[in-house]
Write a protein of this length. Structure first.
Length: 296
């Protein structure tokens, strides 16, 4: 069975881009499901799939995040990875779908989990906002704040991979230099800028519409918005990206990983000593003994 990919909200489960991509499991909030039932569901996932990789946005409610860590602790399972992702909600949904695509490939669960950090660098996540006065997740100058009070002002904001903010009609957002598709989630803002201007300038290959995630207004500081994310849709490209990175073994839990941090236990990759400590100690002792014999 493929590694199970889980999310914390049903609106983070985007439609698959092909027939092979499995769906994602749902780890519901404390308000939606009692702890005993949530534990049972997670235990079943682990038993059926072997490993579970759970993604959740940094904007998730504190009680929901505590629930995730509580379940992992109660089950005493080292087969559950909890990945807190600092992407806007739609970006988290895109990343979750990419991990769903990779879960059916010949990658171990550790590789799938640690691939999340790699793939997030290739997601261009942003929004069109009517106001940036409550946007506190990205740096916004006082001058830009003042402009947001002007009636009719709209802003194009890029949160990832590099934060950028422009006033629509007075600049362009830096886009990807590789082929992507675009997913768009409309809020209450009345704007076609994403589809009529941004998409052509980024030369996206296709545009997909989806529902706005429930956490998006809170993340962006306003409901008057349209959220978007450009992404790599082709599983063969995703596979090549992940395969091109050197594989390591976590020194703490022993699971396979790529990058500099384990996706399951969060331990950083420990670089090999060069030279090893024992060899350095022996060399120092040998040098000291030689110096003593020569009377130096």
């Amino acid at each position: 069975m493929p590694t199970a990919i889980a999310v914390t909200s049903p609106d983070l489960v985007l439609r698959p881009t092909d027939r092979q991509t499995p769906t994602a499991a749902l780890l519901q909030s404390p308000d939606a499901q009692p702890l005993d039932a949530a534990l049972t569901d997670l235990q079943v996932l682990v038993e059926q799939h072997g490993y579970v990789v759970a993604l959740y946005p940094s904007s998730v409610a504190a009680a929901h995040e505590r629930r995730l860590h509580t379940m992992r602790s109660v089950l005493e399972s080292d087969r559950v990875a909890l990945l807190k992702v600092d992407l806007p909600p739609l970006g988290v949904a895109v990343l979750a779908r990419q991990l769903r695509q990779l879960s059916i490939c010949d990658f171990s669960a550790g590789i799938v989990a640690s691939a999340a950090r790699l793939l997030s660098h290739y997601i261009y996540a942003g929004a069109v906002l009517n106001s940036v006065t409550r946007l506190d997740r990205l740096p916004v100058s006082l001058k830009t704040h003042a402009k947001s009070w002007v009636p009719g002002s709209q802003f194009g904001v890029l949160a990832n991979p590099t934060p950028q903010l422009i006033r629509i009609g007075a600049g362009e957002l830096a886009g990807p230099e590789f082929a992507t598709q675009l997913v768009v989630a409309r809020g209450t803002v009345q704007s076609d800028w994403v589809t009529s201007t941004l998409a052509p300038s980024w030369r996206v290959q296709a545009i997909h519409e989806t529902e706005l995630p429930a956490d998006s207004p809170g993340w962006w500081g306003t409901s008057k918005m349209t959220e978007f994310a450009a992404f790599l849709p082709d599983i063969s490209i995703l596979y090549q990206l992940v395969s091109s990175v050197r594989r390591e073994t976590c020194s703490w839990c022993g699971i396979e990983l790529i990058g500099d941090r384990c996706g399951f236990c969060s331990a950083p990759l420990v670089p090999p000593e060069s030279p090893p400590r024992a060899a350095r100690t022996a060399r120092a002792a040998l040098t000291q003994g030689t110096s003593t014999r020569h009377g130096t």
